[in-house]
Design a protein around this ligand. Structure first.
Ligand code: SF4
Ligand code: SF4
Length: 478
């Protein structure tokens, strides 16, 4: 790590980015701040994060006011610093002044850039180059398996509710297991059990896993479930045979509110107690549980109640995490979008709940990435597929949007098919100077990626919390 009298480097720039970009250039044009900069005050000064290079720096408080004087002139004719450990040691035009040195460092690190640089194009070209350099995986790393499109619940907001329920049969399960074995190349791969409710048809999970285990395959699995159908014996089998590492369970409220929204076909009385007991049992068996708190205007009050309940019941429990997720607005249906005022309320609620989950021991900020994210999700990975109950292969778990690229019974998806989810949604005017542009990938086929100022604010705030977390970690190490 570099450490100068001005700047503390908390995270170095990503290696390949540094190699490709080199040092920030001096074109002779006046310097301006990079568009890809996030600033976050700390008690000791200011964090500066460059979303293009992924470098995180900290500047001591005494020098923060000086930052605003660093832009403008091209040749470094800026006055000496007034205070702090970096006070000037030489006359302007003679020995390099600390202020000039700070400015030089920030320029070389791409925090200050020449005004004539097309930053947007630079970011786009960098990502394209890095993507082109990515070696193909050569095997399938993840399968999202729809064991069934049937469900034991009837959430009113479910995007699958108009689908005809179909379940995978034992013969398809057997062929899928063989398909996995012949496409893993001996590598570890992941299975995400999905539905409908995957446990409605758990026989195929047993069947596939038994075959894979018998063949010595290196598989692990995750699941998206409502959690209702688990019981102690099934949890033990899930840990052992399914090698289940993580379950995502959605809760939309506490007690009867939850039961009303889920509207279980079996009546559902006591369903909240049953599901939350299953969460505790799964975590005790070493299976991580991610509680997804779906919310929208209809259940804002209830979701706040749920947040308090979760903190009281599961706060600090190893293996249990919780996070709020606003129901998505369909990019293809602008008439149904929320108003600005509604989005403000939802955005404030999301940020507030995130903070409460963190304070309550149910969530931690993610570390900042050390390498750029070159892909958005399974749909553009080129090495992950979804498999429907009839064996059809797609790219996105919202399969009605992605179309199909083949079947486990043939035709075999080719590379063009596997990569066909990479088409990008058109940029919007706000992308031109968006600070998170370098890491933002919006896929054409994704129904969850509508962008508006409040969503950007959430994304920026989430990054800033990660910046603070990295700074605290750095302080502890120091
Ligand atoms: S889509 Fe939105 S978040 Fe992404 S770069 Fe554009 S403005 Fe920023
Ligand atoms: S819904 Fe969007 S994020 Fe999810 S898999 Fe599909 S494309 Fe990816």
């Amino acid at each position: 790590m570099e450490h100068t009298s001005f700047l503390t480097q908390i995270i170095p720039p990503a290696r390949m980015v540094r190699l490709l970009l080199g040092e920030g250039r001096d074109s002779g044009a006046p310097l301006v701040w990079s568009s890809f900069l996030l600033r976050q005050p700390t008690e000791e000064g200011l964090l500066l994060y460059n979303t293009l290079t992924l470098e995180l720096l900290h500047l001591p408080a005494a020098l923060v006011p000086e930052l605003e004087t660093l832009t403008g002139e091209a040749d470094g004719r800026v006055p000496s610093l007034q205070a702090g450990p970096a006070a000037s040691t030489g006359a302007e035009g003679g020995a390099p002044s600390p202020r000039r040195e700070l400015r030089e460092q920030l320029r070389k690190k791409w925090f200050l850039v020449p005004a004539d640089l097309d930053q947007h194009k630079t970011a786009l070209e960098l990502r394209k180059t890095l993507q082109d350099m990515e070696p193909p995986a050569g095997y399938l790393k993840k399968y999202t398996v729809f064991t069934t499109t049937a469900c034991n619940a009837r959430c009113f907001y479910c995007y699958e509710k108009d689908w005809t329920p179909r379940s995978m049969g034992p013969e398809t399960a057997d062929r899928l297991a063989e398909y996995m074995l012949s496409h893993s190349g001996g590598h570890r791969f992941q299975i995400d059990w999905f539905g409908g409710e995957p446990l409605v048809n758990l026989g195929v999970i047993d069947r596939i896993c038994a075959r894979l285990r018998g063949a010595g395959a290196d598989y692990r699995s995750h699941m998206v479930s409502n959690g209702y159908l688990f019981d102690p014996a099934l949890i033990a089998r899930a840990a052992e045979l399914w090698r289940l590492e993580q379950v995502q369970i959605t809760l939309d409220g506490v007690g009867e509110t939850y039961e009303r929204i889920k509207n279980y076909k079996t009546g559902g009385e006591g369903a909240f107690r049953r599901v939350t007991e299953n969460i505790a049992a799964l975590a005790a068996a070493g299976i991580r549980v991610h509680v997804r708190m779906n919310f929208d205007l209809h259940n804002l009050a209830q979701i706040e109640e749920l947040a308090d309940w979760l903190v009281a019941r599961f706060g600090g429990t190893p293996g249990v995490a919780a996070y709020p997720v606003p129901l998505f607005e369909d990019p293809e249906d602008p008439a149904a979008w929320h108003s600005d005022e509604e989005r403000d309320r939802l955005c404030a609620a999301e940020l507030d709940m995130r903070a409460r989950m963190e304070a309550g021991g149910l969530r931690r900020s993610l570390p900042l990435p050390r390498e750029p994210d070159l892909r958005m999700c399974m749909a553009d990975s080129g090495c992950m597929i979804t498999v429907l109950p009839d064996g059809k292969i797609g790219l996105c778990q919202n399969y009605d949007r992605s179309g199909f690229i083949g079947s486990i019974d043939g035709p075999e998806p080719d590379e063009a098919g596997l990569c066909s989810g990479r088409a990008l949604r058109e940029e919007i005017p706000a992308c031109a100077d968006c600070p998170i542009y370098p890491g933002c990938i919006r896929l054409k086929l994704c129904p969850t990626q509508i962008c508006y100022p409040q969503r950007r604010r959430v994304r920026e705030e989430v990054k800033k919390r990660s910046m603070l977390m990295e700074w605290k970690r750095h302080q502890k190490q120091d």
